[in-house]
Design a protein around this ligand. Structure first.
Ligand code: UD1
Ligand code: CA
Length: 465
């Protein structure tokens, strides 16, 4: 495909999105819409990709970050229609042939683009069409009695019920020699309901003198995102595609798990229904993520078990670790191999070294928990004094009794014990026991006396009423 340049039109206002963000920057399955058509072109192996944009700096920035120098942008300002956008893009084409399509169609694949380019080698112009259940809103492909393509006419410019009944619609991918496109685009006039230059008008222009092929493809690929309801529809189709791909790669995906496009999952992993994997999350082999867990930019090793309803953000989890149910790993948590973080435990910027455990109800912020150390239920790292965050360091094999507060900055020595209910404000040396609770007193046979006294008080209170 070295004789082909892809021109992607992404400068429209996207008014139907009702958003201040340009349409093509809205995300589907974790990526800005515009990245999908660009990726399809790169997969196809075109000579280069030119994206026509509104000039919003974020579009160029996002493309640069995702694809580097392989993709260039050119600004169409003001946006005067798809025909005008194609002109602007075509001016940057240096190859013999161009493939022009819309930036709001994230489901278009390299395969479908390839078919159009191939068809264009046998005709003056080739474009993609489809037969959706409901053609409303799309440009219709009008043919003569013999089936020859005559023109594409937009929904608002249709003139008869017969035209409106046509099911074949324009999918918005065009391929031709640059010279053919340039000539046809030069003659465009805004003779339509919107007063715009329509790229679709090149079909009629070229059809008067040469052969135009409309290649009928899958209606899925057609889904163009004009409003948020179509964005939702496109995103669900993208998620379904990702689930299918992972299934073929040896990942067991149950039900409606939603996995972003940028996520990588190793074979043998299992994702339960209702799991949401976002951003640049990476899942190692044989790791299991149970129902309702939400992972964002998380890196999980092999054989990790994430029990139901856990939330992991910008954190790492080592091989064989166990998380949840209902655990919350906030950014920069580093849970090493074989460590356990159990129900209602929240970690933040905390390293849980190999084999350490915090199984129930704890807040562990800005900490470092040594190998095999055990953090009891109800432990709190008091990391914030209202002004600054401070660190809590726990040595290897230490034991923190339940309901302890470790007032940071503080460190607990190796093999040390902290007695249950202790408020630790000073460092604890290796092998020591720290205790700060008041001594217990047992008053023998006090129960019956106390009961009589409390009962009498209750009776008197009732009489007063
Ligand atoms: C377009 C086609 C329609 C086709 C449908 C398929 C035209 C006139 N109509 O309609 O036949 O069935 O796609 O989804 O082409 N854009 C620019 N500059 C502009 C205007 C638009 O770059 O001045 C870009 C938009 O960002 C968008 C793409 O072109 O990515 C298509 O524009 P849009 O307004 O969505 O066209 P549709 O009404 O969907
Ligand atoms: Ca569209």
């Amino acid at each position: 495909m070295k004789d082909v340049t892809a021109v992607i039109l992404a400068a429209g206002m996207g008014t139907r999105m009702k958003s201040s963000l340009p349409k093509v920057l809205h995300r589907a399955a974790g990526r800005p819409l515009v990245e999908y058509p660009v990726r399809a072109a790169l997969e196809l192996g075109v000579a280069s990709v030119v994206v026509v944009t509104s000039g919003h700096p974020e579009i160029a920035r996002s493309l640069e970050a995702a694809f580097g120098a392989r993709v260039s942008t050119v600004v169409q300002d003001p946006p005067r229609g798809t025909g005008d956008a194609a002109r602007v893009g075509l001016a940057r084409v240096e190859t013999e042939r161009a493939l022009v399509y819309y930036g709001d169609a994230p489901l278009m694949t390299a395969r479908e683009l390839e078919a159009i380019v191939t068809a264009s080698r046998e005709a003056e112009l080739a474009f993609a069409s489809a037969m959706p259940e409901n053609p409303h809103g799309y440009g219709r492909v009008l043919r003569d009695a013999s089936g020859r393509v005559l023109e594409v006419r937009e929904q608002r410019d249709l003139e008869s019920d017969a035209e409106r009944a046509v099911r074949e619609v324009n999918a918005g991918v065009y391929a031709a020699k640059k010279s053919v496109l340039t000539r046809a685009l030069a003659d465009l006039k805004p003779m339509n309901a919107q007063g715009e230059l329509y790229l679709t008008d090149i079909v009629a222009a070229v059809a008067t003198e040469g052969r135009v092929v409309a290649l009928v493809g899958s209606p899925d690929a057609l889904v163009g995102v004009n409003d948020r309801s179509q964005l939702r529809e496109a995103e669900e189709l993208l998620f379904a595609r990702i689930r299918e791909r992972l299934g073929r790669e040896g990942v067991m995906v149950h039900g409606d798990a939603r996995i972003d496009d940028g996520v990588s999952v190793a074979p043998g992993a299992e994702l339960e229904a209702g799991v949401r994997l976002r951003g640049a999350t990476t899942i190692g082999p044989d790791t299991r993520i149970d129902v309702g867990s939400v992972l964002t930019d998380a890196t999980l090793g092999a054989r990790v078990v994430v029990k139901p309803y856990s939330v992991i953000s910008s954190s790492r989890v080592g091989d064989g670790a166990e998380i949840g149910p209902f655990a919350h790993l906030r950014p920069e948590s580093d849970i090493e191999a074989e460590a356990h973080v159990g129900n209602f435990v929240e970690t933040k910027k905390t390293r849980m070294r190999r084999g350490s455990k915090a199984n129930h109800l704890a807040y562990l912020g800005d900490g470092d928990v040594g190998e095999r150390a055990n953090v009891g239920a109800g432990t709190i790292f008091c990391n914030y004094d209202g002004y600054q965050k401070h660190r809590t360091v726990i040595g290897e094999d230490a034991f923190i009794g339940s309901d302890s507060q470790l007032v940071a900055p503080v460190s607990i020595g190796k093999r040390a014990f902290v007695g249950s209910g202790t408020t630790v404000t000073q460092d604890v040396p290796d092998d020591a026991l720290a205790l700060s609770r008041t001594r217990q007193e047992n008053k023998l046979d006090y129960g019956p006396m106390l009961r009589a006294r409390l009962g009498e008080a209750a009776r008197r209170a009732k009489e007063k009423k």
